[in-house]
Design a protein. Structure first.
Lengths: 289, 299, 122
């Protein structure tokens, strides 16, 4: 199975829109949404099978037994994450608790224990034709890296013989991005021609290079700034990153997405350009090294 | 939960968030700060900070942010492995009878040092990012940056928020990270008011829903700004109307605005028309903040 | 000597697991006694630092060689410091790889990857 990951660094550049197009064009039999903080891919993918949902357990969380708590505040003093809330009985702030176990260790009354905590939900649509794996992290949870790994694992387990898997990544450069990069065969960076977009792209290139995977770039909404597009192309030449295509800004794309369809499901300029980007990407992914 | 002290007329810490990247958080927070007359702009999107690209602040003072990681006094260590067994993050391995630390996995909880019966574990600082404080015209610009490869932006955000308290500005605009995970929660902890930025797409509404849930969990007053409005059906507007979210302003989709932003120019400083647009938006925000915080001075 | 192989099931004919850190089991094979035993991998359920915890289990078992298709940098650091040698597995079952290793047919593991870093925390 060859895994193609779509990343951008900056949010809002068009990862999910492009991922949707690629999935439609390749008739990919396996795809996944690794943006577990804000998953969107399901909104443009037709889902025809019943999903299988499972709880995702993140870090265990501390719980204080109010009957045993002596309100000595030792846990609060030792907690480095500000997760102990004082009161007539002390409580743990579930949004701040990292499950380190220090409070449990220091409590003189044995009132604290770490309990498993649901931190999100995994969803798998496994039909005869295709498999779609996604997940949603519970608000405020911290273990997104591990959940991303579970999303990919779930996809691979359900479609082990597929030749291509398309993975929609998340914005940023942190844990979830790093977890999604592990084991992929190629990264397609969707760049946006703005100063912010270029700055973020440079940071994501740096992050992705650590994984020694093939990297290609496409420029989305390129016509919104020809000068910045030129800057991106120059950067890619210097860094020896292939530019597999440019997609114009297209109001028809917004309409397609709002109708729950991909840009290649309708006839529009961005869809046509996305087809070229797709061909260029597949050549690198499946072609000679 | 931490909150700010009672707010005077027109003061306020306004967090700008969106759930989804690319909707216009930075556009909005930068331009509002630029028209507010002596405001503070805090860039809490420490993984991909962008506000400084617009403000190009000068007189920048830099502060390194570090977390504590354990250090070993090998002469005291007996190889009992209590520290290795305690660590919930698997950051310690026992090799040749001594604990070996994996820095980037360490969560700085301090547990290993507490559990060591020989007091063989001490602490040292590890730099994970930085905060830069400068000025751009009448705006104080504070930017947090997380070093690539580091896991948590939270200590940087904490430092930014603590530094904001020292500035005593009329208005503070907090540019939040996208999403609704813990770094976003940390960014809004001290906010008096939350501005939710939404774009008129299906993706935008889906993610608007997430931050809407978030601000309600934290009992923060909120209002929305609709960005990139193109006329016709706007699913984000429909969502706001349906849920009674006050709409404080609408920024039209405007290629001139897009162009200026793409070149990291502050529209309100470049063009009188945009200055007027953002000033009027600021007035609505100011009025809302006053109204919301006056009704609950305990917040 | 003792050799470790990450496996998908607790049987000698099991396939070698694609991942080291999150393999469900480890086969610990004693080349003198010619017997194998299976260890359930506690690291598989870890939020993070799975490679480190798995490597610790290998070190604790007294093994001096690990046969694996891949290994992350943190796990490799633990193993290297403890003088456990890493070898690259080939296609085939765990036992077939053990046999190939004993015949000197398995190459040392060439590439150490950057690690999944699927750790918990922010």
């Amino acid at each position: 199975m060859k895994q193609l990951l779509i990343l951008s660094g900056k949010g809002g550049t068009g990862k999910t829109t492009i991922a949707g197009a690629f999935i439609a064009l390749s008739a990919a039999r396996a795809f996944a949404d690794c943006d577990v903080d804000a998953p969107n891919l399901h909104l443009v993918m037709r889902r025809t099978v019943e999903p299988k949902r499972s709880d995702y357990y993140g870090l265990p969380q501390a719980e204080i037994d109010p009957l045993r708590c002596r309100a000595c505040a030792l846990c609060q003093k030792q907690c480095r994450f500000g997760a102990i809330l004082p009161g007539p009985a002390y409580r743990v702030d579930p949004f701040a608790c990292e499950g380190c176990g220090v409070c449990e260790l220091v409590c003189p009354a044995g009132a604290i224990s770490l309990k498993p905590a649901v931190a999100g939900e995994l969803t798998l649509y496994a039909g005869p034709e295709r498999v779609f794996s996604t997940a949603r992290l519970k608000m405020g949870s911290g273990t997104s890296g591990m959940l991303v790994t579970e999303v990919k694992k779930q996809m691979k387990a359900a479609a082990p013989d597929t030749d291509l898997a398309v993975i929609d990544g998340s914005p940023g450069i942190g844990c979830p991005v790093i977890a999604s990069l592990a084991g992929v065969d190629m990264v397609l960076l969707v760049a946006e021609p703005s100063v912010s977009g270029i700055s973020d792209m440079e940071r994501i290139v740096k992050t992705a290079r650590n994984f020694q995977t093939r990297i290609a770039v496409c420029i989305n909404k390129y016509d919104t700034s020809p000068s910045n597009t030129e800057k991106i192309e120059a950067f890619c030449r210097r860094e020896e990153l292939p530019v597999v295509g440019k997609v114009p800004f297209d109001p028809a794309a917004v309409k397609a997405v709002n109708d729950g369809r991909t840009i290649v499901d309708v006839d529009c300029a961005s869809g046509r350009a996305a087809k070229k980007v797709y061909r260029g990407t597949m050549q690198i992914l499946f072609g000679q090294n | 939960m931490r909150g700010s002290t009672a707010v005077g007329a027109g003061n306020g810490k306004v967090a700008v968030l969106s759930g989804k990247g690319g909707t216009g958080k930075t556009l909005l927070s930068v331009n509002l700060a630029a028209v507010a007359g002596g405001a503070l702009y805090l860039d809490c999107d420490v993984e991909e900070p962008n506000g400084h690209l617009f403000f190009r602040p000068t007189d920048v003072r830099e502060e390194e942010i570090s977390v504590k990681i354990p250090t070993l006094d090998a002469s005291k260590c007996t190889g009992c492995r209590k520290c290795v067994d305690f660590c919930k993050f698997n950051a310690l391995a026992l090799i040749r009878n001594k604990p070996f630390l994996f820095e980037e996995v360490c969560h700085s909880c301090g547990g290993c040092a507490l559990v060591c019966p020989e007091k063989a574990l001490g602490e040292k600082d590890k730099v994970t990012g930085r905060v830069q404080r400068g000025v751009s015209g009448d705006v104080a610009v504070h930017t947090g940056t997380l070093n690539t490869g580091e896991a948590s932006g939270i200590p940087i955000i904490r430092n930014l928020l603590a530094g904001a308290a020292a500035e005593e500005k009329s208005f503070t605009f907090i540019d939040c990270p996208p999403g609704s995970a813990c770094i976003v929660m940390e960014s809004i902890k001290d906010a008096d008011y939350c501005l939710l930025v939404a774009e008129p797409t299906l993706f935008g509404v889906h993610n608007l829903n997430m931050v809407y849930e978030l601000v309600r969990i934290f009992h923060k007053p909120y209002g929305a700004v609709l960005n990139k409005c193109i006329g016709g059906e706007n699913p984000a507007e429909a969502f706001c109307l349906e849920h009674g979210i006050p709409i404080l302003g609408r920024i039209p989709f405007d290629s001139a605005l897009g162009s200026l932003s793409a070149d990291a120019k502050i529209a309100a400083r470049e063009d009188a028309g945009f200055h007027a647009l953002f000033s009027s938006l600021l007035e609505n925000v100011r009025e809302e903040v006053r109204r919301e915080t006056a009704s609950d001075p305990q917040r | 000597m003792k050799i470790v192989v990450p496996v998908d099931e607790n049987k000698l004919e099991s396939s070698v697991c694609f991942s080291f850190g999150r393999a469900p089991y480890f086969l610990i094979y004693d080349t003198e006694a010619k017997t194998g035993r299976f260890l359930s991998n506690a690291a598989a359920a870890s939020q993070g630092g799975a490679g480190i915890k798995a490597a610790q289990a290998v070190v604790d078992s007294g093994a001096t060689a690990l046969l694996t298709p891949r290994c992350g940098e943190n796990a490799a650091a633990v193993l290297k410091a403890a003088d456990v040698k890493l070898y690259q597995t080939a296609a085939g079952s765990a036992m077939e790889n053990v046999t190939a290793f004993l015949a000197g047919k398995l190459p040392p593991l060439g590439e150490i990857h950057a690690g999944f870093h699927g750790r918990g925390g922010r």
